[in-house]
Design a protein around this ligand. Sequence first.
Ligand SMILES: [Zn+2]
Length: 410
Amino acid sequence: MELTCAVQNYAWGVKGIKSSVAQFAKATQPDLEVGDDQPFAELWMGTHPSGPSVLKGSGVNLDKYISEHPEVLGSPVTEKFQNQLPFLFKVLSVNQALSIQAHPNKAHAEELHQSRPDVYKDPNHKPEMAIALTPFQALCGFRPQEEIAKHLTEIHELQNVIGTDFCDAFIKDSNEENLKKCFNAMMTASKDAIASALSDYLQRLSSLDSTKGNELLRDLFLTLHEKYPGDVGCFSIYLLNYFTLQPGEAMFLGPNVIHAYLYGDCVECMACSDNVVRAGLTPKYQDVETLINMLEYEMLPAELRKFKGSAIDKYTVSYDPPVPDFAVDVIEIPPGTTEYSLRTVDSASIIIIVEGQAKDLTISPSPPGEVAPVTEVHRGSVLFLGAEQSLSFKLDGNSRFLAFRALCIL
Ligand SMILES: [Zn+2]
């Protein structure tokens, strides 16, 4: 079944038809208006009430279809997730940094939702995984000890914000407790102290020669400071790992891992939830105290924050994180291959075609209910496939075929 998916026009999205979100959406909705100044941030594939997908042709809400035919979810999913599709699948096209954030674990999410339902709107956890479509820049987890110590030593403006006592204590003994004290002092410093330290630092950075400037992440700092002047998040890059995922590389964000997406396109899959605890690089509501207390302060090299997939066959790599809610298969078929069958699984899945085209789609058994048959797909097509349904197709063999598939492995 082909889906038509909702678009979110958040301000941080890439503008106009340059956004891959706009390109994907336009591929299945030719009438969609794409203004040059309009940001296209996210494409949502799933049943989330803030942007539910609908069956192309009939216009029936995917959620309604699933509730009428729960068997399409597969029995392990219906049992574990009470007849709900447990994941939300997205494409993101990021032009400007998203907030520094972390997501609560299940027990903490329940507690937050109970005490502040206006802010934390559901009781679910929100693990998420991002797989890069283009070089994708992000902040993730705390840097290794020696990198943090070096930054605290060299950037006296940051030292002034945190306080020399906390900085010296960390440099002397780089443990998690001392890191938490430094991070807490930085995040809770007064707005004025932060703004004035940032402006001093900005001046000093501009006067440094390029080698030293690069060492101090000058370009990144300037980009962030231009969009978020006076925001403490601009200093966070000296405590957090900064890296670029190359296309096909992934990162998994389990509970309490601090992160921020900065720039680029990715496919993202997450548990169906909206629970985000934010602080920094955002005009949205910030809950600094909750963030500081929930975070894991493990200091790891950036490379260890990347998440590795495992090969299922010649063309499919599975990224299966340690949560039941979702996994993602990446299907990459080089030119020269003319047919392929997806692996059959016991959960529903959502598939987005990112490159190439396929025809003569054969689905067996055919889906329940009245459903318009799909015979051809191309870049931007999104499919819903029921549990235990097999899907095979033919390729022209001239170009690469690339698709991402969200599913559950229980
Ligand atoms: Zn997140």
